[in-house]
Design a protein around this ligand. Structure first.
Ligand code: PLP
Length: 386
């Protein structure tokens, strides 16, 4: 068996080298900056508007809102900051609980922690790798009651103030199901759409299903602003609160400096937004290239003992990180060893968040799917091929 996996991994390496047309080291995901990036950044420098005031920030927000078909977009310094502000804007208070999935990047739980709230870990769905509505409903049935229209944890007496599903690796699962369960308990939903820019379900963009969504433009995401993030929402009040909190809560005035609450200096600088405008112009072509690559991976792995994970019906996803699933941890480790030894960068899932020192004391439901996926999945090179 393991012999088989080694051979399959070796032929996979050759396939990746042919596909990426190089025998040099092949990283997991690198940015593609072949459009108007340089021109727009130079423009920003010449304009002297390099910081948090500037036309590119406004343009980037408007163009992103149009692309996503959403009413408001608020640009911030990174995706974690956008998530943090999103949680505050939907009303997450200190000493409350926030439901989320253990299979995610640490930013998801860090943002919850920054609000002085505690994450509660609920299992993911095996196929979508994203929060499972059934597991969510069953945890809530056992642990929550509704008092004055708000969900309270019966055992800790703490309010359950939000739910943060994450669209893992760009895939979209049953997000409507998650929102429906939360609606029954009066729990607002914030989509961690950091990885899923461009992914749609029934033509609706990831990040626009729930109360609000947070997107990341870190260097390894489908598009980048160097560092950056954005909160997107159709809710006027959430947008207004987010804009206020992320710009030091300064009350607009020509010369007075009045700040009505403790805010954050989270607004995206114009230099980064200049990159963003140029990158967003190319997102449709990045999507095409990544979906093309996914198709060729799918063909390569067909009829092998490794499963290439594909989008679910009614979804068109960005394949931010293409993902394969091996039979078990031993086979996964064999695959990781052969590929990385050959200069093909591959990596396992993040360590489950409920196992990290900062979060291991937190409540968790049964996590069979997340545990299995964490043992068996591997991300494979997914950059745009130009
Ligand atoms: C990238 C990412 C973020 C936010 O990342 P930043 O680096 O702060 O922009 C948040 N959640 C998930 C799941 C991510 O992958």
């Amino acid at each position: 068996m393991s012999q088989n996996i080694n051979q399959l991994a070796e032929s996979f390496c050759q396939f990746v080298q042919t596909t990426f047309k190089t025998t040099d080291f092949i990283p997991l995901h690198i940015p593609t900056l072949n459009g108007n990036e340089e021109a727009y950044v130079v423009d920003a420098i010449r304009s002297t508007f390099v910081s948090t005031v500037g036309q590119r920030v406004v343009d980037f927000e408007q163009q992103m809102a149009t692309y996503l078909g959403v009413k408001h977009a608020v640009a911030m310094v990174n995706g974690t900051a956008a998530l943090h502000i999103a949680l505050l804007a939907v009303g997450v208070k200190p000493d409350s609980e926030v439901l989320t999935q253990p299979l995610s990047f640490v930013a998801t739980t860090n943002a919850i922690h920054y609000c002085n709230a505690e994450p509660v870990f609920i299992d993911v769905d095996a196929a979508s790798m994203s929060l499972c509505p059934k597991a969510l409903a069953s945890w809530l049935e056992q642990n929550a009651e509704i008092v004055d229209g708000k969900a309270i944890n019966k055992h800790t007496q703490k309010p359950i103030s939000a739910c943060v599903p994450m669209h893992s690796f760009g895939f979209i699962g049953d997000i409507e199901g998650v929102i429906e369960v939360c609606q029954q308990y009066g729990i607002p939903v914030v989509e961690d759409a950091a990885e899923s820019l461009g992914s749609t379900k029934n033509d609706q963009h990831a990040g626009t299903f729930a109360s609000c969504g947070a997107i990341s433009f870190n260097g390894n995401k489908i598009m980048t602003t160097g560092g950056g993030g954005m909160l997107v929402t159709n809710d006027d009040e959430i947008a207004q609160v987010a804009r206020h909190l992320s710009t030091t809560a300064k009350v607009p005035h020509k010369w007075e400096y009045v700040h009505d609450v403790v805010g954050f200096n989270f607004r995206m600088p114009n230099l980064n937004a200049a990159l963003g405008v140029a990158q967003l112009e190319q997102v449709p072509s990045f999507m095409r290239a990544k979906r093309e690559l996914a198709k060729s991976y799918q063909a390569f792995f067909a009829d092998t003992e490794i499963t290439f994970i594909t989008e679910l019906p009614n979804t068109q996803v960005n394949y931010w990180l293409c993902t394969v699933k091996l039979a078990d941890k031993t086979q996964r480790d064999a695959f990781l060893t052969v590929t990385n030894d050959s200069g093909i960068m591959t990596r396992p899932a993040w360590q489950l968040l409920n196992t990290l020192p900062a979060f291991k004391h937190c409540q968790a439901g049964p996590l069979p799917n997340a545990t299995h996926l964490a043992d068996c999945i591997v991300n494979i090179p997914s950059s745009v091929i130009v």
